[in-house]
Design a protein around this ligand. Sequence first.
Ligand code: FES
Ligand code: FES
Length: 502
Amino acid sequence: MLRDRLGIEAVLDGCSPQGQCGCCTVLVDDAPRVACVTPARRVAGRHVTTAAGLSADEQHRWSGAFLACGATQCGFCTPGIVCRLVGHERRGADLSDRATVDRALAAHLCRCTGWQTIREAAAHAASPSAETHDRDPEAAPRRASIETGGPQRSVPVSVLGALDFGADGAPPGTLTAVAGPDGLIHAESLTEARRQAGKVQGRRTTLEPVPPIQIPEPPPGTQWDIRLATCWTEPGYLETDAAWCEPGAQPSDPLANGGAFGGKKSSPVRDEAQHLANDLGHPVRVLWSREDTVRRGPKRPPLAAGLHTDGTGIIRIARTPGATEVLQSVLPNAEIVEVDLPGPPTSMDLRAAVWAEAQMLATALNRLQSGKWLNAGTTTVEITSSEGALAQATVGPAGIEVQVDAGDPLDMTTLRSYAIGASHMAWSWVTSEALAVDADGEVHDLTIRSFRIARSADTPHIQVTIEPSQRPPVPAGDAVFAAVAAATWLNRGAPAHLPTGR
Ligand code: FES
Ligand code: FES
C-alpha cells in the first residue's frame, strides 16, 4: 500500500510479499514492522513512520553514523535497517552491544557491506564517542564508482530512502508490468498486475542443493590431488531488476545506485520497459519480483575440477562465453571442458566469476608444490588482480584479516567498506551459499532467505588494513574476494564441494 497506492518511495521493495529482506521496514508506533506482510487494517489508527519521517535528530545522527562508518553502499537495504535500529533505540536497546544489533539485523539482508560497518554505525549513533572514520566527500564517490563500475552516491538522502532506484521517479499514472506465464502483464498498479499475472510467490524448497557437475574421473591408476565442485549460487542483490520508460524516451537505469556487482550488466528490463512503453504509447514500469530475479538473473558458472599437483587434470564448467579463456590463463596445464547445463543463465559479469575459482585452485596447487599446506590453524593467501590490486587474506580462529593495496585509496572509509563487503561475500559463498536447482534446470529456492547468505551474527570479525599508495587507483573487490575465498577454502582443508559449511 505504501509504495503502490500512496507512492511513498522511501519504502523499498526487495522481495514483497515474501517478508524476508527487511527493505520495507517501517515503524508502527515505535515498533519495527516489515510493511509488505503487514495488512493495513492491522495498523488502523496507529502511526506509520518511514525513514523519511524520523525526527530531525534521528535523521541527522543516523545518516551521519552510516556515512561516517561506510555502512551504506547501494543504499537499497539502508532505510529499512535504519528504521529498525531507531525502533530499538527508542525502546532503550544497547546498540553498542554486538549481540543486540545482530538480533536486530536478523530480519534484514544487506548484500554490499558485509554487516560489520552497519554494526559500527549502530554503535556510533548510540555513542558519539565511538570510533569514527574520516570521509572525503570528493574522493568517496570516486572510490565507490571504481569499485562498482558505475556512479554511486552515499549521501544523507540515500540513508533515508530519498534516492531514486530503478523503479522510482516515474510520472504519475505510469503502468506497472510484471512477468506473466506468456510475457509481460501490465496494469494500473503492481497489485493488479500481479493478480492478473496469477503470480504465486515462491517458497523455500526441501530440495537440497548439490553441485550440478560431477568431478571427472581421474586417469586409471591415479587420483586427483585437488578436487573442487561448486553449486549454483544466487548473487542476491537487494534491488531486483526494475526500469521505467516513457514512449520514445530512454529507460531508467536498473543499476540505479550500484550494488549488483555485475549482476545487472545485461539486464533485459531496460529493453522490456522501452518496448512496452513504445507499444502502449504510455509510460510503463517493469518490475521483476524476487523469484523472477532468481529464475532469470545471471549466476556464477558452476564447475567441477580434478587436478594433479603438476596442474594437469580436467575442469568441467557450465558453458559460458569467456570461461575457458579465464581458466586457461590461470591454469594453463588443465584441460577445460564446457558442458551444457540446464538451469538459469550463467555470466562472467558477476564478481570475480570463474577467476576466483581458478585462483583458489592455483593457490592450492602452489601449496602442494611447495609443501606448505596449512599454517597452524591460520591460512594466508595473497592474490593480485589483473588490474593490479593486491589483497592478502588471513583466515583463522581470530576471524578474517585483509591487507589491500589498490593504488591511491582515495577515501579510506569507502575502500574499507568495499573490502569488508567483498570479504563477507567470499566467506559466505565458500561456507554457506547454494541454490537448489533440479536436474531439469528448474530453480527451487525462490526466496531471499533460501540463498543461505551469511547473517551478521554468523559473520566473523573482518580486520582491514589499507596500504597507502600513490599509484593510480584500481578496483580492490575482485582481489579481496579471491584472496578471502581461497584462504577460507584452504583453511577448511580444501574440501571437494562448496559450500564447505562453517
Ligand atoms: S520487501 Fe518486505 S521484507 Fe522484503
Ligand atoms: S548497501 Fe545494503 S544491499 Fe547495498
